[in-house]
Ligand binder design. Sequence first.
Ligand code: ADP
Length: 494
Amino acid sequence: MPRPLNVLFVSSEVEPFAKTGGLADVSGALPQVIRQLDHEIRVMLPRYGSISERKARLHDMIRLKEIDIPVGTRHYSASVKSSFITNPQVKVQTYLLDNSTLFGRSGLYVHPETKKDYADNDVRFTFFNRAVLEVLKKLGWAPDIIHCTDWPTGLLPAYLKTLYKHDPFYKDTKTVFTIHNMAYQGVFPHASFAQTLLPKEQDSDRGVIAFGNLNFLKAGLVHADALTTVSERYAQEIRSSEEYGCGLQSILEKRKHDLTGILNGADYAVWDPSVDELIPQRYDARSIDLKMENKKALLAKVGLPFQERTPVIGIISRLADQKGFDLIGEVLDDLVQLPVQLVVLGTGEKKYHDLFEKAARKHPQHIGIALTFNNDLAHLIEAGSDMFLMPSRYEPCGLNQIYSMRYGTAPVVRATGGLDDTVEEFQPASGNGTGFKFTEYKSSAMLKAVQRAVAVFADAAAWRKLMKNGMAKDFSWEASARKYIQLYRGLARK
Ligand code: ADP
């Protein structure tokens, strides 16, 4: 029997503590599965002001108080609160790094009202990366693997390869860096390099500087021992084009033998209509007709009239350019003629708030909106919609199309990244397939895919087959978790 591995999973968002998008789903779910496969895994994230001491069951760790963390010319103190991610089978130890000056605010990266990045994000996340390493030393727990995710954790591999290179405590520790999104790189003015206290040779294009700026993501890509991203298709895309690689493609091309695509999974303890506690009517593939009760509830909730034979298209998303809302904007008037009803849950860029507010005013019978973050409503949309639209410009993995299939809600997606890897076009002749795809990033192509979906919807038997195909798909985490473990095993000292 190989020995169990010790793994620290570091992320800036983790369900159920803090979430803005799919990163939180992954960071909450994957460690539970790795734990269930008998490895010791613990999780670290910042303690944001929005995380309630009582609800999150935080406890002080007396041994881990006021640890000195140098950032630039200043010193900040880190304290640690302890909690757990739990399910009936396992508990995953979670550490929340606390410094109220830097993290005691309700937003994660941006101010909730102005939607602007916090001006001191360089200091906040430099502190976080350095503090993780200092806290582990105080704790006396040297993991085999530190698994970092996305730009907020990008400096950590750079620290291990430089300032901590000769530290005996970390002599057997290796890093894995997972890219959830190449477009968010943590770019700060060159002057921010001084905050990191990294050695001088890192202040160059061969180090953590890209295009003249400090770049957290690049630091991770250069220094981590292994790189992963969240679908095989995206792994190819990001190293082969400027558009997908967002300027860092040549580094990925150079490291292509260290880069693997491992698809995200779905946590079916949370996202499955047969156990979902957040929807009014539970159902499964054998009681599929009960789904209609959720459609009624959803339409009532967003103030749209219930029409059994009109398909409801759901959208749940960060309202960002990546997600393809410009395509929807171009053909909204055509969409509502189809006929369909559209329910949009999202928050983000103001131009998309304006777009959907205007559209809902113009088509009050056809478009219902909730421009906020609301997890309960997200579950109801999955359960109550007939179709789920994701016309992303690019999509590293995408989770909502995977959840949708389990809810019998047919995804209509652009064939990019993880969307292409997970959805198969429905073939009316054979009855195979799980959704509808279009390739060209054009509103006319998207509209045609929706039209194909509407045509199949009109044929109740074909639609039922499509729903059942999706519900039978299994994207649970175990297969992917085993791939991560294999990767860890290859890196760890035997
Ligand atoms: P991304 O990580 O790019 O945001 P994913 O599809 O991978 O996209 O994951 C999105 C996750 O965030 C899903 O769990 C989705 O339900 C959730 N989500 C996004 N926007 C909202 C919102 N406004 N309210 C509730 N949940 C949301």
